[in-house]
Design a protein around this ligand. Structure first.
Ligand SMILES: NC(=O)c1ccc[n+]([C@@H]2O[C@H](COP(=O)([O-])OP(=O)(O)OC[C@H]3O[C@@H](n4cnc5c(N)ncnc54)[C@H](OP(=O)(O)O)[C@@H]3O)[C@@H](O)[C@H]2O)c1
Length: 298
């Protein structure tokens, strides 16, 4: 079954989201900003998970001014460069809220020069791949509870915003050196970005394999080329694929665990990665080991 007919999906197709609680990482800027605004306009309560309360307050003010109404928007402090901050954010959220319907792992950096985080990981790997996965895993208790209370197995969703540049990097995940410390040359930074985005595709597939039957489905997507802080076209259109994967019944009907290109189209190019169960499990285990390590830290 194809979902080619969904290519005209726009914000008008978002259903009413009253009663939904949603987290959008990086919702203060670019694609995340537009994604957050559209979800909140459909009556969802949306948490913008970001490292800067000031930038989030400004973003909320801009969103409310642009639509001329108050929106149910909140700040959740998180710094993806620090895994302890990630697990702390999940714990804080679970103290504040009793449900989480949708998690959109949107925040990311692109082509940043090599640097190591406090956790010892190359920054693109950690911010784009490892930290979002650890955030998802740390939020599983509330996601599972929400899924078990839901009448539908399609309501609770995790969305990984990746990139079609994922296919310009290594053919598989370099589990023996996730930092790709040996990558050199002009394409070094791109290779690491691509590698981190490949992980987002594989982890969404594995998440769906493990938790789909419990009512948590996962998706990965390329937003398109969008003017934002990272790139120099319209962020609203750039948010469509995230909004499609997060809210459309069609996404769940045709693409649980799959990779989507704009808007709402399955791209078979990712299938070898999506079906590479053995390697995806190893990648999952790598992330889980980091979650355990951080959880033991006080
Ligand atoms: N724009 C494109 O054409 C394009 C194409 C393909 C894929 N993508 C993907 O789409 C997603 C959104 O990109 P965008 O273009 O909207 O970028 P953007 O405007 O630069 O937004 C990136 C967001 O990520 C946040 N972020 C960065 N580092 C963080 C950290 N350590 N902790 C917490 N948040 C952090 C930023 O927060 P601050 O404001 O605090 O920096 C910002 O809110 C990214 O995953 C990107 O890879 C974009």
């Amino acid at each position: 079954m194809s979902c080619e007919n969904q290519h005209r999906f726009t914000e008008k197709d978002i259903p009413d989201l009253s009663g939904y609680v949603i987290i959008v990482t990086g919702g203060n800027s670019g694609i995340g900003f537009e994604t957050t605004k559209q979800l909140a306009l459909r009556n969802a309560r949306v948490y913008i998970a970001s490292r800067s309360e000031e930038r989030v307050a400004k973003a909320i003010q801009e969103m409310e001014q642009s639509v001329g109404q108050k929106l149910d928007l909140h700040f959740l402090k998180i710094d993806l460069q620090d895994l302890k901050s990630v697990t702390d954010a999940a714990a804080r959220f679970m103290q504040q809220e009793s449900r989480l319907d949708i998690l959109i792992n949107n925040a990311g950096i692109m082509m940043s020069p090599f640097s190591l985080t406090v956790d010892g990981f190359e920054s693109q790997w950690q911010i784009n791949a490892l930290a979002p996965q650890i955030f998802s895993m740390a939020l599983f208790p509330i996601l599972m509870q929400t899924a078990s209370d839901a009448n539908s197995r399609d309501r609770v969703r995790i969305i990984n915003v990746v990139s079609d540049l994922a296919f310009r990097g290594p053919k598989t995940i370099q589990l023996d050196d996730v930092n790709m410390s040996n990558a050199k040359g002009m394409m070094e930074l791109m290779q690491r970005y691509s590698h981190s985005k490949q992980a987002g595709i594989r982890l969404a597939a594995e998440m769906n394999n493990r938790y789909g039957d419990f009512g948590i489905s996962a998706y990965s997507l390329h937003p398109g080329i969008v003017r934002s802080n990272l790139q120099s076209s319209d962020p609203t259109i750039g948010a469509y694929n995230s909004l499609f994967c997060a809210t459309s019944p069609m996404a769940a009907a045709v693409g649980r665990g799959k990779y989507f290109i704009p808007v709402g189209k399955l791209d078979p190019v990712a299938e070898p990665w999506i079906n590479d169960k053995a390697h995806n499990e190893q990648l999952w285990n790598h992330c889980e080991a980091q979650l355990l390590r951080v959880s033991k830290r006080t």
